[in-house]
Design a protein around this ligand. Structure first.
Ligand code: FAD
Length: 404
């Protein structure tokens, strides 16, 4: 914990698994915990177990760079993420627990005419759904981020997409807030409890098999981020997911110099300064599928070369940490949410490099889906698994890339 964040999460002491639960949620990251919380608080469903193979929020929830934004490209995407951003703003009040939500705005740089055109479209779609996004020119960029180099080597900055709603939050606090409030309402959170297999009878999962024994279940929500295909394989559920490492890194702290989040898809790099003064760098996924969370020198060199093109003074900065997570990428860079081919097995998967910002709305809609006995909320209908066989993809590739 950072010294500026003195709050501790007190969860009930671990107990034995019960023989059966109405709802078993696999994955104690932000998404699983949020689903449990909304089920307990807004639907009165409390006979719920969250099963986490490792420690609470230690997966991608702990590894992400906490970019929160809604400036996507498709109307389906913008509607969904805008609702999540709205919920994020209220989350500290909802929990009575500070998630350190910090609205700083996100600036994405356009280095080509094609990108300028795409940004115009994103700005208009975003505004249409109530988001605050506009195009800005070089002079406005200069005023917003005076230390940014507007003429990096071969690709000068032409314009920027300025998303005023862009924000960050303390990612661990989001998981802790949901966990604490869910546990207070009777949800059981079992860490070090790995789901290893299932018993399926008549098209339903009746039992979840864990390293601590079998648990019968009314229904199951899978929210395991980078391990989605591993569990789906056990149930023979096919989805076009490929898993890639995604890395990030952070420097020593500096005095505050950068308020907005700045990203450039042409340079495959985004840069932000944390409330502690450290500079966080991230970029695209590693170029090959792999189940591994190691860091590489390759990525460090290429990412930092681009970051230094954007902010030349950083050449003297010292790196403190580098890390990675496993990200489940879908072909259209949108998630897979809703029903699976099994009656009582619900999916919250395919969250790739962009799922932290969706934590509240995922929890909210997955809880609604479960509590209603399978009625899919309008907001997540476009993200159904079937879209890949009916050719109704929700293509967010251009709006995701290095911006996450
Ligand atoms: P997780 O937090 O990974 O939770 C899933 C949990 O499931 C894990 O704790 C895992 O241990 C557990 N689990 C797995 N298998 C089993 C099993 N068999 N049994 C029991 N438990 C199991 N998104 C953004 O919106 N903005 C960003 O800036 C951003 N940056 C990122 C940077 C990096 C380096 C990475 C790696 C990701 C980034 N993301 C970002 C993506 C984001 O982190 C994820 O999409 C999001 O955290 C997914 O949340 P989750 O709760 O589903 O997953």
């Amino acid at each position: 914990l950072s010294s500026e964040y003195p709050v501790e999460v007190d969860l009930p002491a671990p107990k034995e698994l019960k023989p059966a639960y109405d709802v078993v949620i696999i994955g104690g990251g932000g998404h699983g915990l949020a689903t449990a919380y909304y089920l307990a608080k807004y639907h009165g469903v409390t006979n719920v177990a969250v099963l986490e193979k490792s420690y609470l929020g230690g997966g991608n929830t702990a590894r992400n760079t906490a970019v929160i934004r809604s400036n996507y490209l498709t109307s389906e995407g913008v509607r969904f993420y805008a609702e999540s951003v709205r919920m994020f703003k209220e989350l500290s009040n909802e929990f009575d627990f500070n998630i350190m939500y910090s609205e700083r705005g996100q600036l994405t740089l356009a280095h080509t005419d094609a990108t300028v055109r795409a940004f115009r479209q994103r700005a208009e779609v975003n505004k249409h759904f109530g988001g605050r996004t506009e195009m800005i020119d070089r002079q406005q960029i200069r005023e917003l981020v005076p230390c940014l180099n507007l003429d990096p080597g071969h690709i000068p900055v032409l314009a920027g997409l300025w998303h005023i709603d862009g924000a960050t939050a303390r990612h661990d606090a989001v998981a802790w807030g949901y966990a604490k409030q869910a546990a207070k309402r009777g949800v059981e959170i079992h860490q070090l409890t790995e789901v290893q297999d299932f018993i399926v009878e008549n098209g339903r999962v009746t039992t979840v098999r864990t390293n601590r024994g079998d648990v019968r279940c009314g229904c199951v929500v899978q929210a395991v981020a980078g391990a989605s295909s591993l569990l789906m394989n056990k149930l023979n559920i096919k989805a076009p997911i490929h898993t890639y490492p995604l890395q990030a890194m952070v420097t020593q702290p500096f005095k505050p110099f950068l308020d907005p989040l700045v990203s450039s898809s042409a340079l495959h790099c985004y840069v932000q300064q944390t409330s502690r003064g450290e500079i966080v760098f991230g970029g695209g996924s590693d170029p090959y599928p792999l189940y591994n969370t190691r860091s590489t020198l390759d990525l460090k060199e290429s990412l930092l070369a681009h970051a230094i093109e954007m902010f030349p003074f950083m050449a003297g900065a010292k790196l403190m940490r580098q890390w990675a997570g496993s990200t489940d990428m879908t072909p259209d860079y949108s998630p897979i949410m809703g029903h699976s081919p099994l009656d009582n097995y619900y999916l919250d998967a395919g969250w790739g490099t962009w799922g932290f910002k969706a934590t509240p709305i995922c929890g909210w809609t997955m809880a609604e889906l479960v509590a209603s006995g399978g009625k899919v909320p309008e907001l997540i209908k476009p993200f159904a698994l079937e879209r890949f066989s009916t050719f109704r993809q929700v293509n967010e590739m251009g709006a995701t890339a290095a911006s996450h």
